[in-house]
Design a protein around this ligand. Structure first.
Ligand code: HSE
Length: 309
């Protein structure tokens, strides 16, 4: 095999209350890579579309760094050429770095004849996430690779649990036109939690798991409320409280920050309600020319090969 075309979806890290622990893959946005075998010693990005701010320097781009990590782990001496087509804006909270890292890890793995399983690929993709956000969290990586709803039960050792998202789940994403770097959004978090805050969060975390398993969207909407990161992060997001209130008034069953923001997501249980919530959110951000909002659903597949030659 000489070339692999591969796609990895966007994802909602944290899913509100599951800070660094929950993540869900979503449809409608993702990163597409073409990975080609090249002469030994070659590691280049031939083309990058969708985000002019990302580096082409192979030492600085997540894709090439993860590609090199997979080659090193496999003891392979082949070279690699990449084309990167990004649909997920970096710094949006929708798992842009995770999608690139997973596509790179799985694409190079495919080129090498699949020496690594998903667990190993997640750890290798972690090289990219660590580089992008300055800390290693798997709540975007796991859903980007595996699809569906993922729970990071432990990072050392890495243990990921997966659940099938509810059939009736509709999500409205609103991404304001500002960028928030995950590394910066992590630095503003409190070092300690009051016990009563932790207890509220434990209840919600348990509630999210039950909601997913029992397909109870109203419970999911209540349980995504985040008492840990949202109080510190929501002031960074323009019109957050206005957007939350508008979404709930329009029929959303819950509303939270996606990952480290600025994107937010609303939970709905039918398409009509999601259209009303979308309209309400668009009204709040009507003066933000770079804002983007859309209706989406969970992605069940995760990273997938589109073509090989
Ligand atoms: N769990 C990470 C955080 C997700 O909230 O910092 C980053 O998108």
């Amino acid at each position: 095999m000489k070339s692999v075309e591969i796609y990895a979806p966007a994802s909602i890290g944290n899913m509100g209350s599951g800070f660094d622990v929950f993540g869900m893959a979503i449809e409608g946005a993702g990163d597409r890579l073409i990975v080609e075998r090249a002469p030994a010693g070659t590691l280049v990005i031939n083309r990058l579309t969708g985000d002019p701010d990302l580096p082409l320097d192979p030492q600085k781009n997540i894709v090439t760094r993860v590609g090199a990590a997979v080659l090193a782990a496999a003891g392979s001496r082949i070279g690699l050429r990449f084309e990167i087509h990004k649909e997920i804006v970096a710094g949006s909270g929708l798992g842009s770095s995770a999608a690139s890292a997973c596509a790179a890890a799985a694409g190079v793995n495919e080129l090498l004849g699949r020496p690594f399983d998903n667990h190993q690929l997640l750890e290798l993709a972690g090289v990219g996430e660590q580089m992008a956000s300055g800390s290693l969290h798997y709540d975007n990586l796991a859903p980007a690779l595996l699809g569906g709803f993922c729970i990071i039960r432990s990072t050392q050792p890495l243990e990921v649990l997966t659940l099938t998202p509810p059939d009736k789940l509709w999500l409205v994403i609103m991404r304001p036109g500002v960028v928030i770097k995950t590394s910066a959004a992590k630095k503003i978090l409190p070092d300690h939690l009051e016990l009563h805050t932790a207890i509220r969060q434990f209840g919600n975390i348990a509630g999210v798991v039950v909601a997913i398993q029992q397909q109870d969207i109203a419970l999911l909407g209540r349980a995504i409320e985040d008492h840990v990161a949202a109080p510190a992060r929501s002031p960074l997001i323009p019109h957050f409280e206005k957007a939350r209130q508008a979404a709930l008034a329009a029929g959303a069953l819950g509303f939270a920050i996606a990952g480290s923001g600025p994107a937010m997501f609303a939970v709905c249980d039918n398409p009509d309600s999601s259209r009303q919530v979308l309209a309400a959110l668009q009204k709040v951000y009507k003066h933000d020319t770079r804002a983007k909002a859309w209706i989406t659903r969970p992605d069940h597949t995760g990273t997938r090969i589109l073509s090989k030659s």
